[in-house]
Design a protein around this ligand. Sequence first.
Ligand code: ADP
Ligand code: ADP
Length: 235
Amino acid sequence: MIILENVSKHYQNRDKSRFAAVAPTDLHIRAGEIFGLMGYSGAGKSTLLRLINLLERPDTGKVLVDKQDLTAMNDAALRRARQNIGMIFQQFNLLANRTVEQNVAFPLEIAGWTAEQIRPRVAECLEIVGLTERAGHYPAQLSGGQKQRVGIARALAPKPHVMLADEPTSALDPATTRSVLGCLQDINARFGVTIVIVTHEMSVIRRLCHRTALLDKGKLLEVADVQNGEVLAQS
Ligand code: ADP
Ligand code: ADP
């Protein structure tokens, strides 16, 4: 589903020298799996995630999602391809002056859906994340966990095959974390959406992921299976 071939990304230090935020990396994420990217702060997790939808342009290598080479696309083709890749953020990134349902409708408007197409799909997505009752509320009226479930509904709305989640529960307390993880698990099980989740929390990996990779100083150290909450040896 997601193939990274020799993908790398470099940034400049203050003294203008370059360092590899992500060293040349090969990674294959399978269709329908929940894949965790683990590592300490600064390890390159967020950069690696943003390389998957080309929010960051790789310096080397190729990125394929759903057999399409994103690195070979022009801007218009890339915008279309990105509708297949939902993104979920640590700080939710909701539009404060739009209601819950308007937030969820937003990516569909951008994608050119008609009002008749948008209305039932928004209702469906709010039902999936359990927020039907909050449709007319504004983000400021919601708890953190509810805001993140709006973020999930928004990411899900265009029917993506892939969802990328960057520390989706780091701003949440344990009980709320459980409800958000349950929501992601449900979406994966019901619709087969492939999910890549960045986290520094081992509990998130144990509870949610099928496989996990450990990133350290921009290098992918190891890929392992997760079964019954246990991280198994390298696979
Ligand atoms: P993580 O998500 O694991 O905390 P990041 O991918 O955010 O790590 O960052 C990896 C390294 O790259 C860090 O040293 C970070 O400061 C640096 N970095 C990330 N984005 C940029 C950028 N746009 N410009 C320069 N340095 C960056
Ligand atoms: P978040 O964790 O919410 O993504 P970050 O602080 O990691 O926020 O990054 C915010 C923005 O700043 C991102 O676009 C990231 O690429 C960029 N960034 C991160 N680290 C650095 C850095 N050391 N120098 C310049 N830009 C950075």
